[in-house]
Ligand binder design. Structure first.
Ligand SMILES: Nc1ncnc2c1ncn2[C@@H]1O[C@H](COP(=O)(O)OP(=O)(O)OP(=O)(O)O)[C@@H](O)[C@H]1O
Ligand SMILES: [Mg+2]
Length: 242
């Protein structure tokens, strides 16, 4: 094992064919770190997640997990290296039960069913329901549970709160913190509720039009609402900060 960072992203360029979204993105994160990835719609957050997960090829740059270079555009290799994505559509098998959604994803060494239920007790009484019958918040719990049974070293959560009320998000985000603390995973968290995200993040990165316009300790960014609002205002999203 190298003593270096668990996740090391260097000079990453990403996009879609001729459409370049990220030009040169860098991120270094040690085990157990939660990185809040913030920014307005179209900033490139999902593009970054998909590229880290190998679902989009890199146009340039390197991604290392535990010091090992990942091949570009190879989702199975990224997953084997420990990168697990919770996509913004949650990608559950809606006709399969909660139990089976977890079973088909599980990997030796990942969280067990009991450990998932310990983190998300609300799922315990839902195990035999089809995933499609769950509430939005329960589906998000299941989506994160499905990631945990895959033994993530780098957990990418895109839009934790898609379609969820803030009160539900407030319940889910501390679990993200616990996952990083207890498993040592790096968590990269995309979250619309900026202040809530900053509360559970160690560091935050603000992307605008594919460029990092601000990064630093989450507490510093949380205290500097003016700078955050300015970044979002460019895209007319200051209201997301409330
Ligand atoms: N399949 C695609 N083909 C071409 N361009 C795309 C494609 N998907 C996204 N884009 C463009 O890439 C840019 C970044 O999009 P991305 O989805 O990464 O943003 P985002 O930060 O996740 O936004 P949101 O907060 O709305 O989810 C946008 O300009 C978008 O239009
Ligand atoms: Mg997105």
């Amino acid at each position: 094992m190298s003593g270096g960072p668990l996740l090391d992203v260097r000079g990453l360029a990403a996009g879609y064919g001729a459409v370049r979204v990220l030009r040169s993105f860098d991120l270094v994160a040690d085990a157990g770190t939660v990185v809040g990835l913030l920014g307005p719609n179209g900033a490139g957050k999902t593009t970054l997640m998909l590229t880290l997960a190998g679902l989009l090829p890199r146009l340039r740059g390197e991604v290392l997990v535990g010091g090992r270079l990942l091949p570009s555009g190879r989702p199975a290799a990224a997953n084997r290296a420990g990168i697990v994505l919770v996509p913004d559509d949650r990608s559950l098998f809606s006709t399969l039960s909660v139990r089976d959604n977890l079973a088909v994803a599980s990997r030796r060494g990942g969280h067990t069913l009991d450990e998932v239920l310990d983190l998300f007790p609300a799922l315990a009484s839902r195990l035999d329901l089809p995933a499609g019958a769950l509430s939005g918040g329960e589906q998000q719990m299941l989506a994160v549970g499905r990631a945990l049974v895959q033994k993530p070293r780098v957990l990418l959560i895109d839009e934790m709160s898609m379609g969820l009320a803030p009160v539900v998000v407030e319940g889910l985000l501390p679990v993200v913190r616990r996952i990083a603390d207890e498993t040592g995973a790096v968590v990269v968290l995309v979250e619309q509720h900026v202040q809530l995200a900053l509360e559970v993040s160690d560091r935050a990165v603000v992307l605008v039009h594919g460029d990092v316009v601000r990064s630093g300790p989450a507490a510093e960014l949380a205290a500097d609402r003016g700078a955050l609002e300015a970044a979002y205002l460019g895209a007319g999203k200051a209201s997301a900060l409330s």
